[in-house]
Design a protein around this ligand. Structure first.
Ligand code: HEC
Ligand code: HEC
Length: 205
């Protein structure tokens, strides 16, 4: 039987609970069927504004699901507030979240047709010291692969439109589930053209 078992420590310090659950990707596939309408059955969303989940780090996916639920339960005071995703996670248990995350992680992200925008590349690789913009590569990696344990998401081959929306949300702080405001601080210094350029560059990776 093709079963991928990941021993995931779902330790979300924000929620104050730390316990281990055995993630079952095969069970996750069944549980994720309902997500396919928007994210693609294999996690490769065809809708530009919706994120691809294929190949994303399991810890990151699980944290987002917990954050959507936290926002739902606190009227948006905590977590990540999104009217669509709030409804989707309402009934998910910690086990469901771990299984679904393991399934999407095990899928391969589809290629993007985005071009390696030179303005985006410059900021991504070098940041802008004068304006206090940290280089994205420091956390999201040379190939946009992120860092699983540190909670830095993969951004490579992601839908351009989705990336633009998220940077804009961090900029106006309507997405505020980033620890120590690390993304809000950076995004607050980016203009619309830079956000578009960075989205293109990340997607091209
Ligand atoms: C009706 C469409 C829809 C359905 C169905 C749906 N989602 Fe989403 N999902 C979205 C949208 C839209 C966003 C982006 C929200 C935002 O802008 O912050 C999102 C974001 C996410 C994210 C954050 C990804 C990232 O890179 O940060 C995860 C994880 C996620 N969804 C998982 C799921 C799972 C698991 C299911 C099934 C239980 C599901 N979604 C069902 C529309 C949907
Ligand atoms: C100090 C580390 C750090 C740096 C530097 C950084 N990021 Fe991030 N980024 C994060 C973390 C952490 C998250 C996830 C926050 C969360 O939801 O837990 C994130 C999330 C994102 C997301 C949302 C991904 C998704 O799937 O929803 C985008 C897009 C992004 N960063 C782009 C950038 C860009 C562009 C830069 C450079 C201008 C940058 N980041 C610099 C740490 C960083």
């Amino acid at each position: 039987m093709k079963k991928i078992l990941l021993s995931a420590i779902i330790g979300c310090s924000f929620l104050g609970n730390a316990f281990a659950v055995q993630a079952d990707a095969e069970a996750g596939k069944t549980k994720a069927a309902i997500c396919g309408a928007c994210h693609g059955m294999d996690g490769n969303s065809l809708v530009p504004a919706y994120p691809k989940l294929a190949g994303q780090h399991p810890q990151y996916i699980t944290k987002q699901l917990q954050d959507f639920k936290a926002a739902l339960n606190t009227g948006g005071k905590e977590g990540r507030n999104d009217p669509i995703m709030g409804g989707m996670v309402a009934a998910l248990t910690e086990q469901d979240m771990a299984d679904i995350s393991a399934f999407f992680t095990s899928q391969t992200i589809s290629a993007s047709t985005a071009k390696a925008n030179p303005t985006g590349k410059k900021i991504y690789l070098g940041g802008d010291a004068d304006r206090g913009i940290t280089a994205c590569i420091a956390c999201h990696g040379n190939a946009g692969e992120g860092a699983s344990l540190a909670g830095f998401p993969a951004v490579n081959s992601q839908n351009v439109e989705y990336l633009k929306i998220q940077l804009t949300k961090f900029r106006d702080a309507s997405r505020n589930n980033d620890m120590n405001a690390m993304m809000r601080t950076i995004a607050s210094k980016l203009n619309d053209d830079e956000i578009a350029a960075l989205a293109d560059y990340m997607s091209s990776l």
